[in-house]
Design a binder for this molecule. Structure first.
Ligand SMILES: [Zn+2]
Ligand SMILES: [Zn+2]
Length: 193
């Protein structure tokens, strides 16, 4: 086994210096909305999630918009996008792909079970509303949400031979037949002695 070459430091793509401060519309104006976008492209790094490693060579990008539904209920829509690299789940070839998605949040300063009719929105309870809101925690959550559950280099990736490790997209091996890897053959003979 040889380690895959890395050109990037493996710090987390998220860190505590990142903030996404969204200015809120005037409190009593349900017609007004505000929006903002943030460029986190300097935060190249990695995320480990669900047993998989995702490299972010150019950080990520986020946008958010907000609108009051009522006095203590703020609707925030968040859009995130990034270029990521991950290994194909079957053949371990590095794959580059774009991820993007939009998520809706409802920030409320009262109990979250009063939020009927907003099933597609995730509730976020806040103690009080000021003039601005740091939506960074929800941006992070959105990025985790849009990460692919399974990365494949192509739909019909044939993967690696479980016996000899040959990438079956690139060449074939004879492990599926009666022929056995000579190293394994030796091992078998050794075990049976
Ligand atoms: Zn593959
Ligand atoms: Zn093989």
């Amino acid at each position: 086994m040889h380690a895959r070459q890395r050109e990037l430091p493996l710090h987390n793509v998220f860190n505590e210096n990142q903030k996404a401060i969204l200015t809120l519309p005037p409190k009593n104006d349900t017609e007004a909305d505000t929006s903002s976008s943030w460029d986190f492209s300097q935060y190249e790094g990695v995320l480990n999630f669900d047993g998989q490693e995702f490299i972010f060579p150019e950080g990520f990008h986020a946008e958010a918009s907000s609108r009051w539904i009522e006095d203590s209920l703020l609707m925030v829509n968040i859009a995130v996008s990034a270029e990521i690299q991950a290994e194909c789940a079957r053949c371990l070839t590095p794959v580059s792909l774009e991820i993007s998605g939009e998520l809706g949040y409802l920030y409320c300063s009262h109990s979250a079970d009063e939020l009927n009719g907003f099933d597609d929105y995730m509730p976020v309870e806040v103690e009080f509303f000021g003039r601005v809101l740091d939506v960074m925690p929800q941006i992070r959550e959105s990025i985790y949400t849009v990460l692919p559950t399974k990365v494949l280099c192509r739909e019909d990736c044939k993967g690696l031979c479980p016996v000899c490790g040959t990438n079956l997209n690139e060449s074939s091996c004879s492990c599926g037949n009666e022929d056995i890897d000579p190293r394994l053959e030796a091992l078998r003979n050794f075990n049976s002695e």
